[in-house]
Design a protein. Structure first.
Length: 284
C-alpha cells in the first residue's frame, strides 16, 4: 500500500510540476480541466448517481471549462466574482458544518448536485486565473494548502487534545484536533515569512500571494494567510461531511493509494478562489 501510494504521488507530482513550470499557462490549465472533470464524476457518485449519471457530470464540467476557456475567462481578472464566491464559501462552509452530516441529506439532491458542480467549475477558473497571474503566485497558494495540511497532521499527532478537551469536528472527521489546526496556521505563517524573503532576495517575478499582501502591510498578510489556512480546513471538512453522509471512505479509487481526486483537492476548492479574492482586492 505504501509503495503504491509513493508511486502515485511521484506520478502526480511529475505531471503537476511539468505542466506548472512551462512558460505557457495553458498546459497546467488543461491538467486542471482533467482534474475537475474527474472530480465532477466523483461528485455524482457521492450524491447517489450511477455510472452514467456520474459520467454526465464529468462531461458537463468538461464542457463548461472548455466554454470558459474559449471565452477567454482565464486571462480576465474577476474581482467582483471572487468576492462573491469567497463570501459564498465562508457562509456555506459555516452553515454546512453547523448542520453536520445529518443536515447534508436534507438538502435537495438537485441543489447539492448543481451547487457542487458550480463550485468545482469556479475552482477551475480560479486555478486557471491564478496560473495566468504567474507560476510563483499559483505555487504560493498551493504550497500554503499543503503546508497547512502537513502542519496540522504533525501538530495533531504531537499535541492533539493536550491543550483542548474537544476535537475539531468529531462527528465529521474524528481524527482532527484544534491543536492540528493551530499547528497548520503556524506552518503557513512561517511559510509566508520565508516566501516574502525569497521574493525580495531573489527578485522572483511575478511575486507570490504573500508578497502582494505584504506590500500592503504585515497587518494584512498575517490574518490573510491564517484565514486561508482556516478555509482550507473548511474545504477538507465539507468533503469529509459529504463522504460520511454517502457512507464512503474515499471519493473514489482513481488515485491508487490516495483515494480520489476530490480527496486531494478538497482544501484547494475554497482556498484558491479566496486567494484570488485577496489578490484582486490588492490590485493583482
Amino acid at each position: 500500500m505504501l509503495k503504491q501510494r509513493i508511486l502515485t504521488a511521484i506520478v502526480l507530482l511529475a505531471i503537476i510540476l511539468s505542466a506548472l513550470l512551462v512558460s505557457s499557462p495553458l498546459p497546467f490549465c488543461a491538467v486542471a480541466v482533467a482534474a475537475i472533470a474527474a472530480a465532477g464524476w466523483e461528485w455524482g457518485r457521492l450524491n447517489g448517481y450511477k455510472d452514467t449519471g456520474s459520467l454526465l457530470m464529468a462531461i458537463v464540467l468538461l464542457v463548461a471549462c472548455v466554454i470558459g476557456w474559449q471565452a477567454g475567462l482565464m486571462a480576465r481578472p474577476s474581482p467582483v466574482l471572487w468576492c462573491v464566491v469567497g463570501g459564498i464559501w465562508v457562509l456555506l462552509g459555516a452553515w454546512l458544518l453547523r448542520r453536520g452530516v445529518g443536515g447534508w441529506a436534507q438538502v435537495p439532491r438537485a441543489v447539492r448536485l448543481i451547487g457542487g458542480l458550480a463550485l468545482l467549475w469556479l475552482a477551475w477558473l480560479a486555478i486557471a486565473q491564478a496560473r495566468f497571474v504567474g507560476t510563483n503566485f499559483l505555487l504560493s497558494v498551493m504550497v500554503l494548502v499543503w503546508v497547512a495540511d502537513i502542519g496540522a497532521y504533525f501538530a495533531g499527532r504531537a499535541f492533539g487534545l493536550k491543550f483542548t478537551r474537544s476535537k475539531l469536528a468529531p462527528s465529521i472527521s474524528p481524527g482532527k484536533s484544534w491543536e492540528g489546526v493551530w499547528g497548520g496556521m503556524v506552518g503557513v505563517l512561517v511559510l509566508a515569512v520565508a516566501w516574502v524573503w525569497a521574493d525580495a532576495t531573489y527578485g522572483l517575478s511575478p511575486v507570490s500571494l504573500y508578497s502582494l499582501l505584504a506590500a500592503r502591510g504585515w497587518w494584512l498578510l498575517v490574518p490573510a494567510v491564517v484565514f486561508l489556512a482556516a478555509m482550507s480546513v473548511v474545504g477538507d471538512l465539507v468533503e469529509s461531511l459529504v463522504k460520511r453522509s454517502a457512507g464512503a471512505k474515499d471519493s473514489s479509487q482513481l488515485l491508487p493509494g490516495h483515494g480520489g481526486v476530490l480527496d486531494r483537492i478538497d482544501a484547494l476548492l475554497p482556498a484558491v478562489p479566496l486567494a484570488m479574492m485577496l489578490a484582486t482586492a490588492v490590485g493583482v
